[in-house]
Design a protein around this ligand. Sequence first.
Ligand code: SDX
Length: 431
Amino acid sequence: MAKDSLTVTDNRTGKTYELAIDNGCIRAMDLRQIKSGAEDFGLMAYDPAFLNTANCKSAITFIDGDKGILEYRGYPIEQLAEHSTHLEVAYLLMNGELPNKSQLEEFTASITTHTYVHENIKGFMDGFRYDAHPMSMLASTVAALSSFYPEAKNVRSKEVRRRQMIRLIAKMPTIAAFGYRHSQGLPYIYPNNDLGYVENFLTMVKSIGKQNWRSHPALVKALEILFILHADHEQNCSTTATRVVGSSEADPYSAVAAGITALYGPLHGGANEAVLRMLREIGDKKNIPEFIKKVKDKDGDKKLMGFGHRVYKNYDPRAKVIKKACDEVFEVTGKNPLLDIAVELERIALQDDYFVQRKLYPNVDFYSGLIYEAMGFPVDFFTNLFAIPRTVGWVCQFEEMISDNDQKIARPRQIFTGQRKRDYVAIEKRG
Ligand code: SDX
C-alpha cells in the first residue's frame, strides 16, 4: 500500500519534500518548509473563501454533497425529520447521542427554565424603529445578552459554556418573537412554559387577545421539521463566523451574534427571503422563461435564489423534505399560489444545461419560504426562522472549537499586492 504522503519537488530549487496526508488533507503549515532561499518566508496555500480548506476536524454533521447525504451525529436527516423533535436533535448535536426518556425530560426542563429574557430586553427592543429588519434586531439583541451574563466570558469553563448554550437555545425564540411583536406594534407575549419549544414560539408570535390560543398542530409539526432541518450544516458561512469570533475567546453570545449577521446575507440564510421576493417578481408561470434568460445572461447579477450550493452538487436532501412538508401545511392554510411558480421554475431549471452543467439544484431555502409565508410570517422574518434552529449548530460548533486542542485564534495570512516603503508627503506638496 502506497504511503499516505505527497512528494513534491520545488522546481525553483530542485529540492523534494514529502508531505503527510491525513484524512485526505495535507497540513498547510507543512508547506512553510518549502522555501526558494534563506530569506523566503515559505510557501502558503492561497484559498479565497476557503473553497478547498478544512478549517477544523468535526464530529457533529456529515455532508456528502455529491450524493446529497446529510447526517447529524450519524443519523440521516430524513429519519430525524420524520421521528424526532427539535429539542431531541439539539440534545443529539450537543451530546453526540440520542437521549433516553429521562435525559430528554431533564434537557427539555433545562431549556424551558431559560426561555425568559431580562425585562430590560424589552426596553432594548423598543429602541428599534418600527420597520427595523428582524435579523438586525436579533443580532443586536443576542450580542447585548453578553452584557447580561458576564460569567459567559469564562469560556474555558465547560460548565459555564454549557449554561450559555442552554440560554441561547432557550432564549432565541423569545427574542425573535419579541422582535416580531415589536415590528407589528403588538405587546410582547411571554413564554408559556407548559408548551413545547415550537408551539411556545408560535404562541409568542401569533397569540392576540386569546389566553389559550394555540397554533394548528399541522403547522407546529411543519415548523418542528423545518427547525430540525436547519439545526446544523457543518462549516457553512455563519458557523465559520461563529467559530472565528469564538477563537479569540469572545463569549458565546458575541460569537453567535456574528453567526446571525453572517446568516443575514442573501447568499446564505437571507436566501429564503430572497426566494419569496423572486417568486413574487416572476408573478406568473408565463414569465419564467424571461426570468431564466436574465439569470443565464447574468443580467444585473440576477441569480436563481434558492438554487445552488457550495457543497451539494446534487439535490439538497433538506429541500426534498421541505417540499413534502409543503403539502401538509397547504392542507391547513390553503395552497400558496407561488408554489406552482416554484415547481415550474424547478422543472425548467433542472432541464436547462446552464443549471445542469453548474450542478445547480434547489437548496434548503427554495421551498421553506413558501411554508413560512403560508403560515403568515412576513418575508423579512423568514431568516429569523432559520436563525432560531441554527443556534443549536452555532453553539455546538463553538463548543467543539473551544475544546479542540488543534484550534487557536483564527488569523489567516495574505498575499500583499499593495505599495511599499513610501515616504510621507506634506499636504502642501501633494498633487
Ligand atoms: C445556505 O454552506 C451552507 O451549508 C449553507 C446552508 C446552510 O444550511 O448553512 O446550506 C444554507 O446558505 C444555502 C444557500 C442559499 N443561497 C442561495 O440560494 C443564493 C443563490 N445561490 C448562489 O448564490 C450560490 O449557489 C451559492 C452562494 C449558494 C454558492 O455559491 P458558490 O459555491 O460560490 O458558487 P459560485 O457562485 O462560484 O457559482 C458557480 C457558478 C457561477 O457561474 P459561472 O461563473 O461559472 O458562469 O454557478 C453560478 C455562478 O454564477 N450560480 C448561479 C447560482 N448559483 C451559482 N447562477 C444562477 N443562480 C444561482 N443561484
